[in-house]
Design a protein around this ligand. Structure first.
Ligand SMILES: [Zn+2]
Length: 364
């Protein structure tokens, strides 16, 4: 199998991994990071398991009626794959059990809990599906596996190669991002291709950033707006995988290249790679959200996050374009107040998705 073929397979299988295949492909060719290059090649070739939809947990009450029990508390189970690619692995920690010696297990447990709490506090959403879906995760997936992903049913974390990527459980934004894909799956179900795909990626980043900000109780001004801070080793010239506020500035490394994200529509990348640039063009709606949240001030998961969430869950088409999503958020923002509506218009106009007009209003 050529690198090109393995990249295509990786695109098909790892489409919701936090590490985009173009970055792994670059790393696979690295001479400086030889161990990481081998790990990246293996990660590209290893197929991620097929997706399965979770089953609803239903029961029959004493009158014989079907009931769905909604319990607004997380129900987490962490398993250990022991460096194999067999899922789910061995259960190592369940909801009521204390911390264990393995740091990755506890980090995954805490990250799932932080995401659950943010969804509940900010959007009154009971878990990823809104119906109390148990949150399952597997750690130590594969050997030197350079990715973390949501497979439609559980979160799966590799340990990283140790040379370029550290383990992925330590990043709250990575965990919030991957579970965010679950929320998108259960709401608009945005297609993972082209503009709706880049929106899917962007919304996952929004959930990731909000999870971290909620955990740290940060205001929009205080937040880093970085996704995946700390997943690179100190050898890499980069602070994170993506910057929502300043797309294109997260890393610039001699071996990995420069963060390819555009900050506005003038830099929109037309490509067949990366499912039509889903991890690249997501920078544009990412910046719109960060600008909107910073303009409003305060905690981003409150007004700004709620506007985005209501636009996502309020009948958005699975094939929505940036402009259609922008219009949906502006409608929700106008329902809050004129000032919030104008801030949303300004944010989308700043990234070129809608046209600005003289009085701050636009045709969108
Ligand atoms: Zn993603």
């Amino acid at each position: 199998m050529t690198i090109q073929e393995s990249r295509s397979r990786a695109v098909a299988h790892l489409h919701q991994g936090i590490i985009p295949s173009y970055l792994l492909a670059k790393l696979a060719e690295s001479e400086r990071y030889s161990q990481a290059a081998e790990a990246a090649r293996q990660t590209l070739i290893a197929p991620a398991p097929a997706q399965h939809r979770s089953q609803l947990r239903l029961s029959i009450d004493e009158n014989g009626s079907l009931v769905a029990t909604v319990e607004a508390a997380p129900n987490r189970t962490i398993s250990d794959a022991h460096n194999t690619e067999t899922l789910p692995g061995v259960v190592v920690r369940t909801e009521d059990e204390p911390t264990v010696a393995d740091v990755a297990v506890n980090q995954a447990f805490d990250g799932l809990g932080a995401t659950f709490q943010m969804l509940l506090d900010a959007f009154q959403r009971n878990s990823v599906d809104g119906k109390g879906l148990p949150l399952d995760a597997t750690v130590h997936y594969g050997t030197d596996y350079d990715n973390a992903f949501w497979n439609g049913e559980r979160m799966v974390f590799g340990d990283g190669d140790g040379e370029v990527f550290r383990g992925f459980t330590g990043s709250t934004t990575v965990i919030g991002h991957e579970l965010g894909h679950g929320v998108v799956q259960y709401t608009a179900g945005l297609e993972y291709q082209g503009q709706p795909g880049a929106l899917n990626e962007s919304l996952a980043d929004v959930f990731g950033a909000l999870t971290e900000q909620h955990l740290l109780d940060q205001t929009a001004d205080e937040a880093s707006w970085l996704i995946g801070a700390g997943i690179f080793t100190p050898a890499v010239h980069g602070k994170a995988l993506r910057s929502m506020l300043h797309p294109g500035t997260a890393y610039d490394d001699p071996e990995l290249g420069k963060d390819p994200q555009p900050a506005d529509m003038s830099g929109y990348v037309k490509t067949t790679e990366d499912n039509g640039g889903v991890h690249i063009n997501s920078g544009i709606p990412n910046r719109a959200f960060a600008l909107f949240a910073v303009e409003l001030g305060g905690k981003a998961w409150e007004t700004a996050g709620s506007v985005w969430y209501r636009a996502l869950s309020g009948g958005l088409s699975s094939s929505a374009t940036f402009e259609q999503f922008a219009k949906a958020t502006i409608k929700e923002a106008d329902d809050v107040s004129t000032a919030v509506g104008d801030a949303a218009r300004m944010a989308w106009a700043s990234v070129g998705v809608i046209k600005a007009t003289g009085d701050g209003r636009s045709a969108a």
